[in-house]
Design a protein around this ligand. Sequence first.
Ligand code: NAP
Length: 368
Amino acid sequence: MMSNHDEQFEATHTEGSKMGIDLVGKTVKNKQIIFKGYIDGSPMENDMELKLGDGLKLEVPKGSNAIVVKNLYLSCDPYMRGRMLDFRGSYIPPFTPGSAIEGFGVSKVVDSDDPNFKRGDLVSGITNWEEYSLIHKTDQLRKIEQDDGIPLSYHVGLLGMPGFTAYVGFYEVCDPKKGDYVYVSAASGAVGQLVGQLAKLHGCYVVGSAGTSKKVELLKDKLGFDEAFNYKEELDLDAALMRYFPEGIDIYFDNVGGAMLDAALANMRIHGRVAVCGMVSQTNRTDTQTFLNMFSVISKRVTIKGFLQSDFVHLYARFLEDITGWYKQRKIVYIEDMNNGLESAPAAFVGLFSGKNVGKQVICVASE
Ligand code: NAP
């Protein structure tokens, strides 16, 4: 049963949800998604738990240089699975068991002691899976210059980390040329859907693969891919790629790794390029992948290059300008899969690894 004390918190919270930045100085009970502990294998919903946190005062102490934000949209990204391992040798540290999950989001500033942000500003960057966050690392946030033509949630997708990954991966890593034969795996996802569209804008022939017939239809009908196929219906991936690329592949933008990467290697053209962006098919596996087609790298003089989007931050301004312009000129579109409510986040995250998401997976925590 709710105590008077709880009722007070609830009242404040409901009021706050409506009023946004008028909450300064109030104390709220903060709904959070807590990371329970390190895991092996596929992530499950009960690796995370919804918790009502202790009272959080929505005010930043003077001299802290911190900000308090109300989270509006949160991003579910495959790389977050890597942070559920107790492994410190990666490019990003593991999550802390017992703490709220950290991830990309779009948030509104409630109070600020950082001169770069003021109350009411909209920001995107690293926040936590909770309703309100106290953020000390404000250098991981970017102020959003709001543009009515662009949905706010796109700042974790098209104009956020996944969109940036597609942009730098395609232009900086793939060395694309007009007329190239381009293959994209996980093609309907947050990164893949933009890679395919950029390749089309560049004058390439583009084929994508995805895991359902609905996604395949979207690739061809909405995202402008020349061809698309459901890789789960193919018994022989090598033969499938040979069917779609009778003359071979110039560029393979690899989002999945594993058997698909091996099949693509067998189908590369001379001087082909493989941009290794992600290995979502391998994330939850503990066995080792064997490659049968590595000799092709020599015989076809293939370049295989792994990359991290974070190495290209100097290109962020150019990316924003290009992608915003192309979106407004209707040269590109973007598909989102929006779940409502913080409590929907664990299932949405887990769903990334069985292909439940159709497009960029976003959680709407609160409206502006
Ligand atoms: P996403 O494609 O929106 O979602 C993940 C998709 O992966 C699922 O919808 C599913 O689509 C596919 N998938 C899941 N398990 C699979 C499996 N076992 N085999 C094949 N496909 C599987 O995710 P995203 O955010 O765009 O990320 C795509 C890739 O880019 C990921 O590997 C991610 O780690 C990587 N990434 C890399 C960087 C970087 O800097 N290098 C930055 C961002 C993302 P289907 O229905 O098609 O199976």
